[in-house]
Design a protein around this ligand. Structure first.
Ligand code: PMP
Length: 455
């Protein structure tokens, strides 16, 4: 009996069980490694690594470009790419060279002294995003946290507004969703919130300017923290006029605008900000810009930077709450410089976008040919399908279209045939090394999976 996702649940359950059994049988070494990890909290280096489609993680041995080999000797085409951290491909040669030189010949992983690479990275980020002043963190989460602190300080306002079902890292203020009665409530599963999230945050649906205006009218929002397109609950693209409306409303209500481009960087060499002519006050980014080496960065507009630096009461130098010893370290800076100057170039983005377009066109055709009510969205080099059609317009709609059993089946089916998608959703990201032949290989397997599902 087909359900909302358009698939027969009995058939799905049978196929999912078959694929899980195959997955386990083919990966004895991964299974054993998982068993041996009893001194890791949850058996994994980080608890989210238990988000696996088939019961235990694949332990990888080697990675290069868009390919991964696991400890059982299976090769994979990697469309996950470290959920964007490896958008430049795994271990791109210029980054390996720069990091090796920094650590070896030049020496110094951390010194409390700046290197000249940092200035070059700041200049390149300024050129790409049109935001003039940059500071560094080690993760996008911290870039967001520190941006939030600075904007609270300059506005004297207590709250941050985010979109329902956003993800900006483990940022306390962002774990809020629109509840059934239209008011903000803590996101389900929120771990150890310091205070009730409604005291620190407001929330509006993506693509809802009326809702945003209603919340901003309270006059207590320091900043709107948003992705120009939602990417962590499937891709939800902005409707025409929405982002211009957000900018107009934030200006009118004296609220700063932070664009989190950590994932939407896939839209082009200057992210969605450059691609769509956006004018945020602050831009945050991380993961991908150093070719997989830990980094986060936030950029500030000129008036904002001047205002903050002019505030003698804010301790930006010592223990005022913005900073980390390893932030801006020489290895991150060397890696980011090499990655931005030599790997994630304009030319690379043109290729990645073309490959992603082929990916989206192909899966759309396959989905249509099986008569499934699913939709496909693309954001530059990034493609995702959701089990609903038309594509969701906001986070709540997209969350409602989740189908964990179906998603796990597809991920397992693909992994068993040598393709990795991003856990947590059905996202495929193209690296500079991803070819149309790789895309076609994915499509062959995806078509087989849908044929079996709908048989
Ligand atoms: N912002 C966005 C939009 C993200 O998707 C993520 C992570 N997926 C983060 C911030 C946090 O990145 P990190 O986990 O590297 O701190």
């Amino acid at each position: 009996m087909p359900t909302e996702s358009g698939v027969d649940r009995t058939r799905l359950a049978e196929l999912a069980a078959r694929e899980r059994a195959t997955f386990a049988a083919q990966r004895p070494r991964s299974a054993a490694a998982y068993q041996r990890s009893e001194h890791l909290f949850g058996r994994v280096p980080m608890t989210w690594m238990n988000k696996t489609a088939a019961g235990f993680p694949i332990y990888f041995q080697q990675a290069s470009g868009n390919r991964i080999t696991d400890v059982d000797g299976h090769d994979y085409l990697d469309f996950c790419l470290g959920d964007t951290g490896a958008m430049a491909g795994h271990s791109p040669a210029p980054v390996v060279e720069a990091v090796t030189r920094r650590l070896g010949e030049l020496g110094g992983a951390t010194t409390m002294l700046p290197t000249e690479d940092a200035a070059a990275v700041g200049a390149e980020l300024a050129r790409r995003f049109g935001i003039p002043y940059w500071s560094f963190a080690l993760t996008a989460t911290d870039a967001n946290r520190w941006a939030i602190r600075l904007l609270r300080a300059v506005t004297g306002r207590p709250k941050i507004l985010v979109n329902s079902y956003c993800y900006h890292g483990s940022v306390d203020e962002s774990l809020i969703v629109v509840g059934p009665d239209g008011h903000g409530v803590s996101r389900e599963g929120n771990v150890g919130a310091p205070v009730d999230v409604t005291r620190t945050s407001r929330v509006a649906e993506f693509n809802d300017l009326a809702g945003l205006e209603r919340e901003l009218a309270h006059g207590d929002v320091a900043a709107v923290l948003m992705e120009p397109a939602l990417t962590n609950i499937g891709i939800v693209l902005p409707e025409p006029g929405y982002l211009a409306g957000v900018r107009e409303l934030t200006r009118r209500h004296g609220t700063y605008l932070i664009n989190d481009e950590t994932h939407t960087f896939s839209a082009g060499p200057g992210g969605a900000t450059a691609a769509w002519g956006l004018e945020p006050d602050v831009l945050t980014i991380g993961k991908s810009i150093a070719g997989g080496i830990p980094i986060g960065a936030y950029g500030l507009s000129a008036p904002l930077a001047d205002e903050i630096l002019g505030r003698t009461d804010l301790d930006l130098v010592d223990m005022g709450g913005v900073g980390g010893t390893l932030a801006g370290n020489p290895v991150s800076m060397a890696a980011a410089r090499a990655c931005l100057e030599q790997v994630l170039t304009e030319q690379a983005f043109a290729g990645m976008t073309a490959t992603a377009t082929a990916f989206a066109t192909g899966i759309r055709k396959i989905i249509e040919s099986h008569g499934l009510p699913w939709s496909v969205s693309r954001l530059g080099a990034r493609v995702e399908y959701r089990f609903t059609d038309p594509a969701p317009r906001n986070g709540t709609e997209s969350a409602a279209a989740a189908d964990a059993e179906l998603e796990d089946f597809l991920h397992t089916y693909l992994a068993n045939r040598g393709v990795l998608l991003t856990p947590f959703h059905n996202m495929a990201l193209m690296a500079p090394q991803t070819t149309t032949a790789d895309v076609e290989r994915h499509h062959e397997i995806f078509a087989e999976a849908l044929a079996e599902l709908t048989a």
